[in-house]
Design a protein around this ligand. Structure first.
Ligand code: TPP
Ligand code: MG
Length: 330
């Protein structure tokens, strides 16, 4: 049975292990349905800017954040709706942000790619590939000795950026409390990561003697266990760790991408490993949760998001501020 402290984080507070996993499963369902909603609203011209959806990658965000405290710091990516919701950000405030409304978490000025929510530990979602790596490393420097940790989420493509090497080296040498979480979804935009990556990703942190593991990123239980180990290492003052979570995005890179570059059958194969299906199976078969209870989670989230959608579309737009007018005028 997990301790109470291990299961309390922001709005996440439950009494026992089954309750915990039901709540974590609910968060994965919330992320999936939220992304479906964003997609629909984008097609209706309601979402400003572009969107990068994380459908299929939910278990990584939810598993890792499930072992964090509110004073820990997280840097997400432009594919960051899942990171924000996993941390407990109110879906209403996130959707309002995407719709460019005053009631959004950043008052409608950040949009999809740049969400910040310090209350829940989210330092930002970074549009620069690998920007999260640098931000979390800096946060790790600030958090050194406090018992809190910084987490960087980033893609496989980001591991070919120069600062990936610089930051990991710096974190190891300075013994920083950072957990690096690579969401390896097999592609950087439209290019398979194998076509642009020499050797393996995991060999890179291992060469710096950073404790590292490659794991099934579609299994919430597996991700959570590895994240707990990595976070405990950092809290103890034993330096950075690295997780390579193998996963897949069920959708294109961004809204303009139908994903035609994927080999035939690849998407179907990954769909068999859908994190929601894996989670449902574990809940029903291992934790003896009735199917009907799992189904009611899915229905409850649907009802909640329907309300969120209606309220979001009725929310006010921000008024242009004086400085913006001044800039425009002259
Ligand atoms: C520094 C930088 N270079 C290029 C881009 C353009 N770009 C946006 S997303 C992306 C692919 C990144 O792939 P990956 O790191 O695997 O993350 P994923 O999109 O798969 O989650 C690229 C090249 C960018 N945003 N920033
Ligand atoms: Mg990728």
């Amino acid at each position: 049975m997990l301790g109470r402290t291990a299961v309390t984080r922001g709005s996440l507070s439950v009494a026992d292990e089954v309750g915990l996993y039901l709540e974590l499963y609910r968060r994965m369902v919330l992320i999936r349905q939220f992304e479906d909603l964003v997609n629909a609203l984008f097609l209706q011209g309601q979402v400003h800017g572009t969107t990068h959806l994380c459908s299929g990658q939910e278990a990584v965000a939810v598993g890792v954040t499930s072992v964090l405290d509110p004073a820990d710091r997280v840097a997400g990516t432009y594919r960051g709706h899942g990171h924000a919701l996993a941390l407990g950000l109110d879906p209403q405030r996130l959707l309002d942000e995407l719709l460019g409304r005053e009631t959004g978490i950043c008052a409608g000025r950040a949009g999809s790619m740049n969400v910040v929510d310090l209350e829940h530990g989210l330092m930002g979602c970074f549009g620069i590939v690998g920007g999260s790596i640098a931000a979390a490393t800096g946060a790790g420097l600030a958090l050194r000795g406090t018992g809190n940790v910084a987490v960087a989420f980033f893609g496989d493509g980001a591991t070919n950026q120069g600062y990936f090497f610089e930051c990991l080296n710096f974190a190891k040498v300075m013994n920083l409390p950072v957990v690096y979480v690579c969401e390896n979804n097999g592609y950087g935009e439209y290019t398979p990561f194998t076509a642009v990556t020499a050797g393996s990703i995991i060999a890179r942190p291992l060469a710096m003697e950073i404790p590292s593991q490659t794991l099934d990123g579609n299994d919430l239980w597996v991700v959570r266990a590895a994240a707990r180990q990595a976070v405990e290492t950092a809290r103890r003052g034993d330096g950075p760790s690295f997780i390579e979570a193998l996963t897949y995005r069920f959708v294109g890179h961004s809204r303009s991408d139908p994903g035609k570059y994927r080999p035939e059958g690849e998407l179907d194969r990954w769909r068999l490993k859908d994190p929601l299906a894996v989670g449902r199976r574990r809940l029903v078969e291992e934790h003896r949760v009735p199917e009907s209870e799992v189904e009611s989670i899915v229905e409850d989230v649907r009802t909640e998001l329907d309300r969120v959608r209606q309220k979001g579309l009725a929310a006010p737009f921000p008024k242009p501020d004086a400085s913006a007018r001044e800039f425009k005028d002259g």
